[in-house]
Design a protein around this ligand. Structure first.
Ligand code: GLA
Length: 390
């Protein structure tokens, strides 16, 4: 039988077909980040929003001591003894769910056996946080099924724990936070130290947010990501010898970094410089958006890309090409790579009546250069994690 196109209904029907009981359904979206990259694990600022692409989980209790997961995308089952959700070598997708079960049990909740089906339309490896969407939708679904009433903030940390310990990526809090807390039409500035956040309406005036997917999968990027995190920690340690008030790069100023240039290894100096600049950029950029000054905001996007590419070194040839091309096209206000890097998407602010031309020009140029057809997504900003009624 041909695979039905993804929708919450298709997940529901698949569940009935496989397990023949009435599930509940939860969804959790991917995210974009307007500005503030690699700042979250430095206790800095980010400006994300949840988007119109979801991971959907259907779940119900099962009658035995095993729990069974089914991934529609992978067309694959995975069963485990409910009291022993250990990390597995394969299939890798199961680890995101197993990690969540582990942490919820460890927090003292009695998880009963269950069946579940997952599917979605958040592209994987595209920098849109499909893994956070999977962790969050599943954590929420499991909580709702058992009626544990775990607060959202706690579910966010449970999801992050799964990413750290079962997927091996020492990510910050941005992705899980955005997936859980997104609001339709709104982005938010999140202080990743205090977790205080402020929603604001994204007033795009006459422009649209377009993502260009380089199609370079960043699946091998986790070790580089963890290295960046360590380099930042190394920087903090050195700065702290002279400035005891620096507990994370959030507390550092450019002047402090400059003054320790000789003590900081070259790469570490570059990483610190980028993070300190980027934190300030987020604060300045939020003022641009408040004033509706998208041109000023766009310039900061280019500056972020430059920093990510030259100083933080998490870009790649394809992403640099996409940003350089975007600069040349009429109606583009700003462009930069988005997310962890080494592949995935660029985010572009494009005047609405130029979007078609933008997509055609970018796709043409990309194919000519790399012989690869890229995907583009015009995104809208949607609510975070929730229950779906069928
Ligand atoms: C990934 C991580 C986030 C964040 C971004 C870079 O998406 O999961 O925590 O660090 O990279 O901004």
């Amino acid at each position: 039988m041909e695979k039905e196109q993804f929708s919450p209904k298709s997940v529901y029907r698949k569940f009935l077909e496989l397990f023949d009981t009435q599930p509940i359904l939860a969804r959790s979206p991917g995210r974009i980040n307007l500005i503030g990259e690699h700042t979250d694990y430095n206790e800095g600022f980010v400006m994300p929003a949840a988007i119109n692409r979801d991971i959907v989980v259907a779940i119900d209790f099962s009658m035995d001591d095993h729990s069974t997961l089914f991934s529609v995308k992978n067309n694959e089952f995975f069963s485990f003894h409910t009291s022993d959700p250990a990390r597995v070598k394969s299939p890798l997708w199961a680890n995101y769910l197993l990690g969540v079960v582990r942490k919820i049990i460890d927090q003292g909740h009695a998880v009963k056996s269950f069946n579940c089906v997952v599917d979605g339309d958040v592209p994987t490896g595209a920098g849109l946080s499909s893994s956070a969407a999977l962790e969050c939708s599943f954590a929420f679904a499991l909580d709702q099924l058992h009626q544990f009433n775990i607060p959202r903030q706690q579910l966010i940390f449970i999801a992050q724990w799964a990413e750290h310990n079962y997927a091996g990526v020492k990510c910050g809090i941005m992705d899980q936070f955005s997936s859980m807390m997104g609001l339709e039409g709104k982005a938010f500035v999140l202080d990743c130290r205090s977790l205080e956040f402020r929603y604001f309406p994204v007033n795009l005036n006459n422009s649209a947010i377009v993502l260009c997917d380089s199609m370079v999968k960043h699946s091998l990027a986790s070790s580089a990501y963890n290295t960046r995190r360590m380099e930042c920690e190394q920087g903090v340690k050195i700065l702290r010898d002279h400035y005891p008030e620096v507990h994370s790069l959030r507390d550092a100023t450019l002047q402090m970094v400059e003054s320790q240039k000789a003590a900081l290894p070259g790469k570490v100096y570059d990483r610190c410089t980028y993070v300190v600049q980027e934190n300030q950029r987020v604060l300045d950029a939020s003022k641009d958006l408040e004033k509706g000054d998208l041109a000023a905001f766009g310039k900061k996007m280019y500056a972020t890309h430059e920093g990510l590419s030259r100083l933080y070194e998490v870009s790649c040839e394809e992403l640099d090409f996409l940003v350089d091309e975007a600069k040349r096209i009429d109606g583009v206000l700003g462009a930069r790579m988005m997310g962890g890097g080494f592949g995935g998407c660029t985010i572009n602010f494009v005047i609405k009546d130029q979007v078609k031309n933008f997509i055609n020009s970018m796709s043409g140029a990309y194919e000519k250069q790399f012989n690869v057809k890229m995907n583009t997504y015009i995104v809208s900003i949607k609510d975070g994690t929730g229950i779906i009624k069928i």
